[in-house]
Each structure stands twice: as structure tokens, then as C-alpha cells.
Design a binder for this molecule. Structure first.
Ligand code: GDP
Length: 468
């Protein structure tokens, strides 16, 4: 397929969703007002809401089926495998230099003072800079808060031949071309900032990736996680056992409810009914396409009360997920060792789901979404976040470009001229996103369908040593 076709197909899908966010939230406002001052139109509004929803469902279902009947499904599978193999081979090449005594290295310590998802993102960022500077990544993990004896007991070592952080010359970032060993700080205190940081993807992969995937940076992060998280045999066994025991089956929606220390500090509270209404939307859509034997979810949370609540309120669902995992997570959020298997398993199961419902303010959920990209050619629309849009901690500004002009209709809206660059702050899931127009410096809301994502690229090395 040509890229224009693929991009149009994805654009129609996401703008159909945007249109429904707009209409739905507008009608809910009208419904509220009607209840107060015009009860005679309440029935009409409810009728619009209900048939409107059916309209939307039917459209989405048809658009999704396009990708199954357009004849390119085989191409997508193959292209996705080829690209993944290419990147995995490059990472393997980078990590296994011929002579470790003379190899140029980048050293990172895994013990960033934060949770598991946050530490994984730290390691991924280190890997991006290693790939960008063509230095072998050395991950220091002895004394890791999640497993004292280190990363290598849980996951395969990231190098078979080169694990020593020593060398003839050592410097802190950025060092220079001749420095053998460079120590990299956490992204929050990185200076100067190299071009290799998210949301940038390698320029040489960009044409293929923008054709294949709806959110190339998520694919790129997913590839690095794929390499990093290759499990040790023991870890793989534990996961397999737990999966058999719990009876993992499809269809399944992964639901992650992040509570405890996060709520009120870094994220707002969302009730379980809100999560479950999106689960229902997913299954209502699926039922237009095939028979659904059982509405099934995998439930992960750091709060065991969530398990109890969902089980009592949603008894018609098959609920997979172990409340005792939440219990270990709750007593030891962020700072413990015993909780490691629980969080590995929860993230694994969420990423294996057909669809994710969660808050992207949580790194647990973002990691699951990133890993999910490894199981489909393009899983960029298989989620519903209750709060943030996708982001990477420490990223450079996320920019979009206006493709349609906009005149403000209500206070708080910005104007757009075609070609304007807008820095996105977030989606309000009502048809509008918030951001800053970089041409006019105006902050405000704009209709989401009037822009398109700008895919950022950087000149990473192209690894010509590795066969394409
Ligand atoms: P964030 O704080 O949600 O952005 O994600 P982090 O991964 O940085 O820190 C949260 C930590 O809380 C995780 O690493 C886990 O240790 C724990 N946690 C949060 N949610 C869950 C969950 O659903 N299951 C389990 N097992 N642990 C969780």
C-alpha cells in the first residue's frame, strides 16, 4: 500500500472517534440542561445519544474491517516482522562488540528512585542514547530495589560479552568521541540533551515506520523493551504457570486501575464504573463483528479494594487477575523486592490483552501499551486512556501540525492556520485538545480533527554493519 492510503485509513478511524467524543459530550451537556429546564426534549436527546452511538460503532467497525479486506494484511505482518528483526539485530550488534576492552560504552544505573515502570523507561532512554551514540550500554543493577542481586537474574543480560563498566578513560555525559566510558545521568538532569530523545525515532526507519504504524515512537520504545525484557528461563516459567493457573483466554480487555500514592498527587481519581463503561464500549463494538462468549477482563491494580469492588459490581464478567498481587503492590508500592513478580506479571498480562483501559498518567499502563506493540503490526489504537495522551517522561515537546484552519467559536479556543505547529498539552476527550500555537503563542483549545501528528526524527547511526 502507499503511505497515503495507510495514513488516511488511520486518520479516518481516529477522527471518527474524535467526532463521537465531540457529539457525545455536547449531547450530554444538552441532556443535563434539558433535565433542568426543558424536560419535553429529554427523550429526543436520549434518542440521539443512543442511535448516535450505534452509528459510531458501525462506522468504527467498518473502518477496522477495511484493514482486513484491503489485501494488505500479509504485507503489514511481514513489514512489521522485518522491521522488528532489523532493530533487534542492530541492538544485538551494538551490545556484543568484538572487543569489550576497547569498546566504547555508555553506563547507566538502574536504580533511579522510582517505580518499576519508571525504571524501565529510564533503561529505555539509556538504550536510545546508547544506540544514538553507538556505545554499548552497560546497565548497573546490583542492589536493584526490585531484585537485590540484579537484573540478570530476572531477565537475560543485555550483553553476552560486555558487561564491565571499566575502561581507559571515563567521563560523565557527554564526554567526547575518544572517551571510552561515558556515565549517563537520569533524563531529568541530562545536559546537553542529544537529539536521540523521545519523541524522535531513527530517521532511516521513519519512512517505513510512518507507513506501518500509527504512533512510531511507541513502536520504537516497544522494540527496546522487547530486547530488554527477554526473560530468564525461570521468569518465563513463572509467567507460563501463572497464565495457565488463571486461565488466560481471548477476548480479553486489560484494565489497570492505579490508586494509592498516585491519586491526588500525580493523577485524579477515576471510579471503576468509568473504566468499565469503556470496557463495555469495546465489547459492544466487538459484538457487531463476532459472537462474544464472555466479557472478560484482566484486572491489575495497586489497590486490592479495586478487585473486591469490580468483582461485586460486575458479576456478569469473567474477571482474571489476582487480588493478592495488588496486596503486595499496595504494601510496597515503589520500594520493594517481593513485589517484582507481581508487577512483571501484571504488565505482561495487560500487554497481552486485546485492548487496554487505563490512565496513561501511570507508567505501568504506558509500559504495557508499549509492549503491546510487539504483538500486532500496529496496536496504536488499542487503548482508551482516562486521562493523559501517550507521552514519554522527559520527552521533547509533542507537536502537531494544523491541516485545516480554525476560527474560535467559544472563549478559550485558539485560531489555526493551515501549517501552524501546535505543542500539545492533552486531549480533553470531548473533541478538543489543548495546546499552544507556536506561531501565535496562543494557548487554548482546538478541534482534534484539524491537526495531524508530527513524527519527529533524528539522525541516529544507520548500522550498515547489520544486514537489512
Ligand atoms: P506510576 O507511578 O504508576 O507512574 O508507575 P511506576 O511503575 O513508576 O510506579 C508504580 C509502582 O507501583 C509499580 O512499579 C508497582 O510496583 C506498583 N504498581 C502500580 N500499579 C500496579 C499494578 O497494577 N500491579 C502491581 N503488581 N503493581 C502495581
Amino acid at each position: 500500500p502507499n503511505s497515503q492510503y495507510e495514513m488516511l485509513r488511520r486518520r479516518i478511524l481516529s477522527n471518527t472517534k474524535e467526532m463521537w467524543y465531540f457529539i457525545h459530550s455536547g449531547l450530554l451537556d444538552v441532556q443535563k440542561k434539558a433535565n433542568e429546564v426543558a424536560p419535553e426534549i429529554v427523550d429526543t436527546v436520549n434518542g440521539l445519544l443512543s442511535l448516535g452511538l450505534e452509528h459510531k460503532r458501525s462506522l468504527i467497525s467498518d473502518i477496522e474491517q477495511l484493514a482486513e479486506v484491503d489485501g494488505y494484511a500479509t504485507w503489514r505482518e511481514k513489514e512489521s516482522n522485518d522491521l522488528s528483526n532489523l532493530v533487534q539485530d542492530r541492538l544485538k550488534f551494538l551490545q556484543n562488540p568484538e572487543n569489550c576492552n576497547t569498546a566504547r560504552k555508555l553506563v547507566c544505573s538502574l536504580n533511579k528512585g522510582c517505580g518499576y515502570g519508571c525504571q524501565l523507561h529510564h533503561a529505555v532512554y539509556c538504550f536510545m542514547v546508547a544506540y544514538g551514540t553507538k556505545r554499548t550500554l552497560i546497565l548497573k543493577s546490583k542492589g536493584w530495589r526490585y531484585h537485590k542481586r540484579g537484573w540478570e537474574e530476572v531477565f537475560l543480560p543485555i550483553s553476552n560479552s560486555c558487561t564491565s563498566p571499566n575502561g581507559d578513560s571515563v567521563a560523565s555525559w557527554p564526554g567526547n568521541q575518544e572517551t571510552q566510558v561515558v556515565n549517563l545521568p537520569i533524563i531529568d538532569s541530562l545536559s546537553p540533551r542529544p537529539p536521540y530523545l523521545p519523541l524522535a525515532i531513527p530517521e532511516d526507519l521513519a519512512p517505513r515506520l510512518t507507513r506501518l504504524h500509527g504512533d512510531p515512537i511507541v513502536w520504537w520504545v516497544g522494540q527496546i523493551l522487547k530486547y530488554l525484557l527477554r526473560p530468564q528461563e525461570k521468569t518465563a516459567d513463572l509467567i507460563r504457570q501463572a497464565m495457565t493457573q488463571m486461565g488466560f483466554k481471548r477476548p480479553i480487555v486489560g484494565v489497570h486501575v492505579r490508586r494509592t500514592d498516585k491519586v491526588g498527587t500525580e493523577a485524579a481519581f477515576h471510579g471503576v464504573d468509568e473504566y468499565m463503561s469503556h470496557v463495555n464500549d469495546y465489547y459492544d463494538l466487538l459484538e457487531t463483528q463476532r459472537k462474544v462468549d464472555k466479557r472478560r477482563i484482566y484486572l491489575a491494580s495497586d489497590d486490592p479494594k479495586v478487585h473486591a469492588e469490580v468483582r461485586s459490581k460486575y458479576s456478569g464478567y469473567e474477571i482474571i487477575g489476582d487480588p493478592s498481587i495488588a496486596k503486595t503492590a499496595a504494601v510496597s508500592t515503589r520500594y520493594s523486592d517481593s513485589s517484582l513478580f507481581g508487577i512483571i506479571y501484571d504488565i505482561h498480562m495487560l500487554s497481552m490483552s486485546d485492548y487496554l483501559v487505563c490512565t496513561f498518567s501511570s507508567q505501568v499502563c504506558r509500559v504495557a501499551y508499549e509492549i503491546m506493540q510487539n504483538y500486532y503490526p500496529d496496536a496504536s489504537s488499542r487503548f482508551r486512556s482516562l486521562d493523559d495522551i501517550y507521552y514519554y517522561g522527559g520527552q521533547n515537546p509533542h507537536n502537531v501540525v494544523a491541516v485545516l484552519p480554525h476560527e474560535p467559536k467559544r472563549p478559550g479556543e485558539m485560531s489555526l492556520s493551515v501549517g501552524d505547529t501546535v505543542g500539545v498539552a492533552g486531549n480533553h476527550w470531548n473533541g478538543f485538545s489543548k495546546g499552544k500555537n507556536l506561531r501565535t503563542n496562543q494557548n487554548g483549545f482546538y478541534p482534534g480533527f484539524k491537526v495531524k501528528d508530527k513524527v519527529e526524527t533524528a539522525k541516529f547511526p544507520t548500522y550498515s554493519e547489520v544486514r537489512n
